[in-house]
Write a protein that binds this ligand. Sequence first.
Ligand SMILES: [Zn+2]
Ligand SMILES: [Zn+2]
Length: 139
Amino acid sequence: MGISSGSCSCGEVEYSYEGDPINSVFCYCKECQISTGSDKWFGLWIPNDNFKITKGNPLTHTRVGSSGKDMNKMFCGTCGTTVCVEVVVGGFYSVAVSTLKAAGELSPKMAIYTASAPPWAVYPAGIPKYDTLPSNLGG
Ligand SMILES: [Zn+2]
Ligand SMILES: [Zn+2]
């Protein structure tokens, strides 16, 4: 609980959220691979109402997700760091754990879209792996 915060690499964009995350997820979908330049995205899911940009004006890139609803990626126009993706279908932001001040205190609860992962992907031990998205998360 309490308030957590983070920022992009250059510090021009800052954000904060309050309350507990809904989920913490390693996503191995192709979009996340391209966006991060690695095998996965580590996202902390924060309900829309609990998240806000507190400094700067991030740019937005919108794509249509597998749900048919928009995925709005928000990134710093100066350093290019993606700070979060607004997942419209779920009503939450997937915050880039790498940009959080408390990144070291977090760990993933599940791995999703592993069917899209490259052969050299690395998985943490002891968490469930899903080929796509578990059905109870709404697709
Ligand atoms: Zn920046
Ligand atoms: Zn993904």
